[in-house]
Design a binder for this molecule. Structure first.
Ligand code: GDP
Ligand code: MG
Ligand code: K
Length: 300
């Protein structure tokens, strides 16, 4: 509950190393699957907004790409994107994984946090996986490196203490308007969600054989006028012909399964029948090609 009866609203960035639970937290608070979850790191590459609305105010979450030491042009771009987001928001939630403990990537993030003015909460996630005695030393370790405005232990998965987190966030936000209608949880284009769903199914079905170098481009997404059907033409880009072979599978069996699973989930999500036309193409070393980055929508 807010401390006064002003309506508050603002933008909150979720940052932290891959797999700490950023998407899980946002999905828990917003209550709908909008960011794609996976146990493989870095499946969320674009900003996704989740909107939480109550009588006290409105919180608009940005699920930014993780800040980590860049190893390629794509990596540099992702770090820059994350950094830019931090300067534009009202509050930053820095998530850590209580079970994983302190990691070298966290120091890099905190160094970067010192460069922005925005207040920062340390959100210690996955407390369901540790003994309470382990928490204080861990928190001290982080506090020694950065003067966090709040420290909030939670379990995003089980929802422990997330209501407190919401209250603390709300009280930090400035007085402001309700930016989005109360029933809106995301303003992300359906195209992006559809692309991410296909990527999710590829990662699900190929495990380690296909690295994160796959990108999905939705080339066409059209609603048929006379029928309740949406035509989607999508291309999965891989870096090597061998990966293309794996992805297609024996007599096209793997690609067929990717398409089937993605289509079923799209139909549930969008509430319409989907006709999915799925292709696999090879683009060598697309991670480091500026033009491709632009083509895939990672550049303005
Ligand atoms: P992200 O990369 O930071 O967005 O992390 P995800 O939200 O994709 O979560 C990574 C993994 O951690 C998933 O398998 C989640 O189910 C799991 N996870 C997230 N939050 C919690 C939590 O509070 N407790 C436990 N035990 N697992 C969690
Ligand atoms: Mg995520
Ligand atoms: K700061």
């Amino acid at each position: 509950m807010a401390m006064d009866n002003k309506y508050r609203s603002g933008f909150v960035a979720l940052i932290g190393r891959p797999n700490v639970g950023k998407s899980t937290l946002m999905n828990h608070i917003v209550g709908q699957k909008i960011a794609i979850m996976s146990d493989k790191p870095q499946t969320t590459r674009n900003k996704i907004r989740g909107v939480y609305t109550s009588d006290d105010g409105q919180i608009i979450f940005l699920d930014t790409p993780g800040i980590h030491k860049p190893h390629s042009k794509l990596g540099e771009f992702l770090v820059k994107t994350a950094q830019d987001a931090l300067d534009e928001v009202d509050l930053v939630l820095f998530l850590i994984d209580a079970a994983e403990g302190y990691g070298p990537g966290d120091r890099f993030i905190m160094e970067n946090l010192k460069k922005v003015q925005t207040p920062v909460f340390l959100v210690v996630n996955k407390i369901d996986q540790v003994h309470p005695d382990q928490l204080l030393p861990l928190i001290d370790r982080y506090r020694n490196e950065y003067p966090f405005n709040e420290v909030v232990p939670i379990s995003a998965l089980q929802g422990n203490n997330t209501a407190t987190l919401i209250d603390l966030i709300m009280n930090r936000l400035p007085e402001g308007p309700q930016y989005y209608p109360a029933d809106q949880v995301t303003d992300h284009p359906e195209r992006f969600i559809v692309g991410e769903l296909i990527r999710e199914k590829v990662l699900e079905l190929t495990r380690e054989e296909i690295p994160h170098s796959v990108a999905v481009v939705i080339e066409e997404m059209n609603e048929r006028e006379e029928k309740d059907i949406v035509d989607v033409r999508a291309v999965i880009y891989t870096e090597r012909p061998s990966q293309k072979g794996i992805l297609i599978g024996k007599k096209g069996s793997l690609l067929k399964e990717v398409g089937k699973r993605a289509r079923e989930e799209m139909e549930r999500l969008l509430g319409t029948r989907i006709f999915l036309d799925l292709w696999v193409k090879v683009k060598k070393d697309w991670r480091n090609e500026e033009m491709m980055l632009r083509h895939f929508g990672y550049r303005e």
